[in-house]
Design a protein around this ligand. Sequence first.
Ligand code: PEP
Ligand code: MN
Length: 352
Amino acid sequence: MLIRLRKHLPEAEIQAILAAADQMGFQARFLDRERELVELSGPSRPDARSRLEDLAGVRDVLDAGESRELFARDPARRSSPHAGDSVVSVGQARFGAGHVSLIAGPCAVEGAERLIEIALGVRERGATVLRGGAFKPRTSPYSFQGARHEGLEWLRRAKLESGLPVVTELLDPRDVELVGEIADMFQIGSRNMANTPLLSEVGRTRKPVLLKRGFAASLRELLLAAEFVLAGGNENVVLCERGIRGFDPNTRNVLDVGAVAHLKRATHLPVIVDPSHAAGRPDLVRALARAGLAAGADGVICEVHTHPYEVHCDGHQAISLEEFARLTADARAIAALDGRRLVTDSAQETVS
Ligand code: PEP
Ligand code: MN
């Protein structure tokens, strides 16, 4: 590791830093006469960078060397595509290492009948995971907060009827067991990306986690949020770029495709895009899904509805089943362009 100290540090502060490094098992060696550049050799440990950055006298960590956080991709494997990628499986869906999968469904579950209709519809058109929130994180306390316990029941029925695994949002660490009974994958939403007790709680499970980027979160903040889950021993984390705050009202958010490309280099974790919350309107969803996949995304999560005018939540951005079928065809073609494969349940996919 290579760290840089602040200029003209008093000797006592230098000694405190050396003591901290020693405690972490590192041998320190100054590389310059000013005693600002310090080479640390020793064990590879994921906590080294953050612990050193926390010390008042440390200006920055110039090179973490082998001391990588758990999310980090081995730099030696950055150039060969998919080498060292983690794969996260949810039922038949596979994310990462050249596998691309699609998650689709309503924003919120608002009734069993519609949910089952949508589940069967998206399954036939290439989705391998059903989405749908029972607990909804709404911006206003007066907006529909989700069907909650009843919603979980509807998800259970839709799973049974369609055979699709489900991803549903977890809002409260106290609900891990309750939601975990039905969810095959926990969704941690944008508004909760930095909720560390919640992240630690899902880190204690071994269930896949879909971690959405906060709408004003840096990529390092997203990766460190994932680190909370990984540090608990849960390796099944899928990151999701869902758009960041912009200034132009034509789209709800700005899909950060640069983030997708960067994340694919920075981490071995799978990365997917959510074009629905980025666009905020159905006519741009397919274009953004294509852009995300072209940038290297390992999958797409999107909102699909058969009766968008009936719903309380995000009906204005849901795409139709027909549009979802077109998105699936695009995803298959784009994945194939760089030797990747769209994973579908071919036995189910009858509509193309
Ligand atoms: C959602 O997926 O419905 C949702 C609320 O997403 P986000 O957390 O990205 O806003
Ligand atoms: Mn939504």
